[in-house]
Write a protein that binds this ligand. Structure first.
Ligand SMILES: C[S@@+](CC[C@H](N)C(=O)[O-])C[C@H]1O[C@@H](n2cnc3c(N)ncnc32)[C@H](O)[C@@H]1O
Length: 271
């Protein structure tokens, strides 16, 4: 089902939201519990006791496998957060990574953390809007968008930009949220609350493959990874943030048991 009620995210506002999060002094300690990766976790066995800090790394690992890059390659990380995934790419493949974020504060922190991690020469970061990338055509071997396209005003425009900057034969890997088997007409109130607070929209899953074709990308894989990711992420994240004893904008407990909220992993190639 496509989203008709949520407003389209405005990049400047999304940037301010992430800048604001970083101004909170408690946030930094929390980010360490997520290995500096700002996305959902992946549990191969959702009943295992693997902690969140390992599960977020596992999801990035699955993305990196699909990027198929090595030390010769240049990767664009679209919506790079504070650079945890970029550091992981450099360490595991040796590839060079350019990360872009709409949040200036994230770019500063990502740059500092990559330098401290000893990968500052291979991972660099800059502020840019994924809707209009400041890069030449065919200048990357691979593009990754890990849980970022859901904040952007037009998925099709971002995918078109990704295709433009990819060289022929280049790879795109992304995750996105979508509404999955709605039980009732209209969006579940908890999902709507999450999307409004986080400034996101939900993908139209039926249009994903046609949309990739329209921008000139060839689909390699489209996986529903909901069972391995969502419910457990809300539970683990709530436990971590509630140790803070601080008010939260959105109570993640509202998402417990809401199985209409799903995550897709998509891999595509530029022919
Ligand atoms: C949930 S975070 C994911 C961060 C990172 N991919 C990770 O997994 O750690 C979403 C990211 O998307 C970025 N973002 C959102 N809209 C953007 C836009 N229009 N252009 C560039 N980055 C954007 C945010 O600044 C943030 O870094």
């Amino acid at each position: 089902m496509s989203d008709t009620t949520l407003s389209v995210p405005v990049p400047e506002e999304v940037g301010k939201l992430y800048d604001q999060i970083l101004k909170d002094e408690h946030t930094y300690e929390q980010f360490e519990k997520f290995n500096h990766q700002l996305h959902i976790g992946y549990w191969d066995d959702p009943t295992s006791d693997v902690p969140m800090r390992e599960a977020v790394v596992r999801l990035t690992e699955l993305m990196v496998e699909r990027l198929r890059v090595d030390v010769e390659d240049r990767v664009l990380d679209l919506g790079c957060g504070i650079g945890g995934p970029a550091t992981q790419i450099v360490r595991t493949t040796g590839a060079r990574v350019v990360g872009v974020s709409i949040s200036e504060e994230q770019v500063k922190l990502a740059t500092r953390l990559a330098t401290e991690a000893g990968v500052g020469d291979r991972a660099t970061f800059q502020r840019a809007d994924a809707m209009r990338l400041p890069f030449e055509d065919e200048s990357f071997d691979a593009v990754m968008a890990l849980e970022s396209i859901l904040h952007m005003p037009s998925r099709e425009q971002v995918l078109s930009e990704a295709r433009r900057v990819l060289r022929p034969g280049g790879r795109l890997v992304l995750t996105d949220f979508f509404e999955r088997a709605p039980h009732t007409p209209g969006m579940h109130p908890a999902i709507e609350g999450f999307c409004r607070t986080a400034m996101t929209t939900m993908a139209d899953v039926d249009d994903y493959v046609p949309m990739l074709h329209r921008v000139g990308l060839r689909v390699r894989e489209l996986l529903d990874i909901t069972e391995q990711t969502m419910e457990r992420t809300w539970r683990e994240t709530l436990e971590i943030v509630s140790q803070n004893d601080r008010p939260v904008d959105f109570d993640l407990a509202e998402l417990f048991g809401v199985d209409e909220f799903g995550c897709l992993l998509v891999a595509a190639d530029r022919p």
